[in-house]
Ligand binder design. Sequence first.
Ligand code: FE2
Ligand code: FE2
Length: 315
Amino acid sequence: MQASQSTSNPHVDSARYAKLIEVSKRIRWDIDRDVIRGRQFDFAKRFLPDGLSKVDRLQFLTANDQRLLSQIQGRTYANMFGLVERFIAAKMLDVSRDHWLGDQTALEALVRVGDEEIKHQELFRRIERMCAEGMPGGYTFVPEPNAVASAVLAKSTWAVMALTCHIELFVLAHYRESIGTDADVSELWKDVFLYHWKEESQHAILDEMEWTREDAKLTPEARDAAVDDLIALVGAVDGILQVQSAADAHYFVEVCSRPMTAAEVEALKATVLAAYRWQYIVSGVQIPRFSNLLNGMITPAQGERIVAALAPIMA
Ligand SMILES: [Fe+2]
Ligand SMILES: [Fe+2]
C-alpha cells in the first residue's frame, strides 16, 4: 500500500504547501556563509531606521546620540525577534500535529518553518553577542523567552496564530518600507533583516493558511473566547514594551554623550515607548492583509472589543 501525499480534507490545499516548500528550498541561507560573512557591525551607522526608531523626533539629541539610540533600539529589535520566535517555532510544531497522519506536504512545510525559526533564533543570539562586543556595558534585555513562550502558548491556538500572523506580516512591512530602503543603516544590519525577510515571506503565507484552518474548527463560543485571548496577548506584548522601553531609555541616559535634563528624560522615555508600540503593535495592525483576514473571521461586536482594547496603545 502506498502512503498518500494528499488528503480529502477541504481545508488543506496541498499545492500551496508544495509551493512554500519549493521557495523555502530555493532561498535557504546559512548564518555565516550568507548573512554575516565574517563581518562586524559598523557602529558609525544607524541600525534601526528613523521610520521605526522615531529618534528624529528627539531634536535635542546630537546626531551621534540619535545614532546610539537607533543602535540600542536595533539591538532590542533583534532580541525581540529571538524572543517571539521561541513561541512561534513551538506553535508551528504544535499545529503540525493536525498533519502528522494526513497531508505529508503540509507537514513538511510546517517542519521547515519550525526549523527556520530555530535558525533565526541562533542568528539573533549572534547579533546580541556582536552588539555586546561593540557597545558600552549595561544593556539589559529584560523578558525571558521561555517564560513569555509558556504564557503565550497557554492561550488558544487561534489567538497565538493571530499574533504570529501579525508579527510575521510586520516583519515584511518593516523591511520593505524602512530597513531595505534606508541608506544610513549599517550594511550588515540591513543584510540580517534582508535574509530574515526572505524566509519570513513564506512564514506569513503559512500563518494565513494555518490560522484560517484553525478558525474553521471553532464554534462561535470558542472563537469569542479566542478573541479575549488575543486581547490578553496584545496586552501582554504591551507590558513587555513598557518594561523594555524603560530599560533601554535608562541605558541610553547612562551611556549618551551628555547629562540629560528631567524633561529630556521624560521625552526620551515617551518616544521610545511610542516607537516600540509602533514597531511591535501598531504598524502590524494597520496592514490591510492582516486586518482583512481578522475582520473576515470575527463579528462586528468582537471587532469593537479589539478596537477598544487597542485604543490606549494606538493613541
Ligand atoms: Fe524568523
Ligand atoms: Fe517566521
